[in-house]
Ligand binder design. Structure first.
Ligand code: PLP
Length: 395
């Protein structure tokens, strides 16, 4: 029989075809082929997962824990998660009905979107933001609606800015603070205003709090669902990737009202079945015994944060002091380059990789995202190279 090939390009779903390629990947691919590159590009801890967490997994395997778990995740883990939220934010989640363990916040985000959206429903998404937010909304049949945050307001979003984008189709608001890529946090007062806005328009709030443990300078993270009256309308997502340096374990969770949790569990049981048991065992250990390792890593990020903030200020690239996550978002407008050209030219001439701000939404143009989840020595060397670049290549 003669082989008849499929024209795969024409068979890809229109929704997937319409997704723009990630503006981040391109720089990793170029950087990976170069020697002597210092990368401030990656959004993951440079630490290895603390040993007791790894050890618990090794022992788990030794004892033969290799099976599926309950769809919602091991009860033991859900109980630990509930305890954390009660101890830290004085908010109660029922481990039986209000907690679902997921394959990272990535899966939680996808489940939440697919559970709540009907075709054409709109989701308000403050930008600059994490690159998956728009894509997850679109893949679930929804329409992402970008709401630009302003540098003058240190990229905190306000109800007035959101208000301009509300329509009869708006169903939800997706916020992510501490923020990737800006390092911005929202104060309690800021979030209370957002809560009033959500009630006014009867919106579901999806809150991605994956960087909630990474705040600095005496700033305490404010958990959105712990605000008065917000628990019921919030789908809260969190995970272990950033705070416990566990990106490769693929483990996170979502906390929400029992009805929406059951709906998300339905999708999860058909598509994922459960999160890996090895990662769940490790996550229990992280929550029970590893706060001190987490706090040590956070203290080190804080040291690097101050180093990089002082460095950019000295170079004369304007930036506000980030108070959360592990990113800084300096303006490169004074150099005369677009953020894409700046990132490309810097990589080419100085071998420093960072991400153009435009990858995180149009209002990120004029900025670059630098991650300080890398060693202080590398940050210092990168700052020297960036300074050289700014002096010699200013347009
Ligand atoms: N949310 C934000 C804001 C992120 O920056 C990331 C990863 O960079 C994720 C979610 C994905 O997290 P996970 O590893 O838990 O899937």
């Amino acid at each position: 029989m003669t082989e008849k090939k499929i024209d795969w390009n024409s068979r890809i779903s229109q929704t997937v075809r319409d997704l723009p390629p990630s503006g981040i990947r391109k720089f990793f691919d170029v950087a990976a082929k170069m020697e002597d590159v210092i990368s401030l590009g990656v959004g993951e801890p440079d630490f290895v997962t603390p040993w007791p967490i790894r050890e618990s997994c090794v022992y788990g395997l030794e004892r033969g824990y290799t099976s599926y778990t309950a769809n919602r995740g091991m009860l033991e883990l859900r109980q630990e998660i509930a305890k954390q939220y009660m101890d830290r934010y004085q908010i109660g989640y029922n481990p039986e009905t209000e907690i679902l363990v997921t394959v990272g916040v990535s899966e939680a985000l996808d489940l939440a979107m697919r559970s709540i959206l009907m075709p054409g429903d709109e989701v308000l998404i403050p930008e600059p933001c994490y690159v998956s937010y728009q894509a997850c909304t679109a893949l679930a049949g929804g329409v992402p609606v970008s709401v630009p945050a302003k540098i003058e307001n240190e990229f905190r979003i306000t109800p007035e800015e959101l208000e301009e984008h509300v329509t009869s189709k708006t169903r939800a608001l997706l916020i992510g603070y501490p923020n990737n890529p800006t390092g911005a946090i929202m104060t309690r007062k800021d979030l209370e205003a957002i809560a009033d806005f959500a009630v006014k328009h009867d919106l579901i709030v999806l809150s991605d709090e994956i960087y909630g443990d990474l705040t600095y300078g005496g700033e305490e993270h404010v958990c959105f669902s712990a605000l008065p009256g917000m628990k019921d309308r919030t789908i809260l997502m969190n995970g272990f990737s950033k705070a416990y340096a566990m990106t490769g374990w693929r483990i996170g969770y979502v906390l929400a009202n029992p009805v929406i949790t059951a709906a998300m569990t339905k999708i999860h049981q058909y598509t994922m079945l459960c999160a890996p048991i090895t990662a769940q065992i490790a996550a229990v250990e992280a929550l029970r015994h590893c706060a001190k390792y987490r706090d040590k890593m956070v203290a080190e990020y804080d040291r690097r944060r101050r180093l990089i903030y002082d460095g950019f200020t000295k170079i004369g690239l304007e930036c506000f002091e980030p108070k959360g996550a592990f990113y800084i978002f300096p303006s490169i407008v004074s150099t005369g380059y677009t953020s894409n050209d700046f990132a490309e030219k810097l990589l080419e001439t100085e071998h420093v990789a960072l991400i153009p701000g435009s990858a995180f939404g149009a209002c990120g143009e004029g900025h670059v995202r630098c991650s300080y989840a890398t060693s202080a020595d590398k940050i210092s060397e990168a700052l020297n190279r960036i300074e050289d670049f700014v002096i010699h290549h200013k347009k």
